[in-house]
Design a protein around this ligand. Sequence first.
Ligand SMILES: *Cc1c(COP(=O)(O)O)cnc(C)c1O
Length: 408
Amino acid sequence: MGQLAIQGGPKSVTKTFPWPIYDETEVQAVANIVRSGQWGNPDCADEVARFEQAFAAYCGSKYAVSCVNGSVSLRLALIACGLRPGDEVIVPPYTFIATASVVLEINCVPVFVDIDPDTYNLDPARIEAAITEKTRAIIPVHFAGLACDMDAILTIAQRHNLRVIEDAAHAHGAEYKGRKLGSIGDAGSFSFQSSKNLTSGEGGIVITNDDALYEAMNSLRNVGRSPSGQWYDHFNPGCNYRITQLQAVLLSEQLKRLDEQTITRNENGLYLNGLLADIEGVTPLSRGEVAIRHCYHLYIFKYDKTKFGQLPKKDFVAMLSAEGVPCSGGYPHPLYKQPVFQQKNFMCYAIPDSVDYTQVNCPEAERACADEAVWVFQHAMLGTREDMESFARAIRKIQLYTRASARV
Ligand SMILES: *Cc1c(COP(=O)(O)O)cnc(C)c1O
């Protein structure tokens, strides 16, 4: 069995997994921009426009609007969709805070709908019960890079005349029935923050096929300017949310690597699913019913402590981490449990008094956070099959240890 690494024994995984991945191509591209002196945008935005066109084409969308991060990109889409103060937006509770906080930022009300326990994505079967006459939009999050059930979500959205803004911050290059995630709803938002599968340190982008949404988002991210107006003509209430040429060239180079990386993660995920199937008490999330390409921003499995001598999840994760598997237990609580919602610390944002997040309870998200979800990070999924085998070995080692110590 061997001593656990957390107790000073040898690690199961000795390799480290670099991220981001780059070579001289990226260094040269950035150096060229530095030397050109053309760092900014929009006065010298060739590289920004080039990247936007490349990303839109990659996703099979008509337009892409880059911006400072993947929170602002979501917000641009919400504003462009014409949401009004007090409107309700359906969001999952098992996601990064930005999915819900951007709704607050435009004085709208996030309405939390629980996740499907098999996929951890927004559960379409629970959406309609949450729809009121104030509901205007749904933000499905393709959590971990796994496609939401978009057919079901779009059907509900059409029936109730709702906009669908995909939060694809985890889902660059992932697919649903052969279509790129982000390109299926009214708009799709991506983040290029350091941890994401396509990164320039910070950054974001929103894609759409809708001419009106594009025009609005393009203006909003550029201090309300219009391509037809002068420099100091401001038609809309936007801010300066532009990215630099330095980010754009970095992203253009990184985009060339994305497909190969996505295929590697997807294959490793399938392989690891097979390996974990043989270990009691760890269950990979379902990949859904239809053809997908998962990009494994996170590889998630469900942990069952009863098969690990009642070892709490947080201790299991600490042991797995010490064994050298890049992992975490994920979010400690569903979003509505955050102080901002529980205490209604909404500052200048005007959410109706009737809204009370202390009454919200999404049991599936609660269970995922507290007891079940273990995340392996995307850069580790870029390893080899042998690396996947070493992750499975690390889990078995912990299981053997917990079973042995449960007997004494
Ligand atoms: C990272 C992330 C965002 C926000 O992106 P930033 O670039 O950090 O602003 C939004 N939604 C989800 C699900 C994310 O993981």
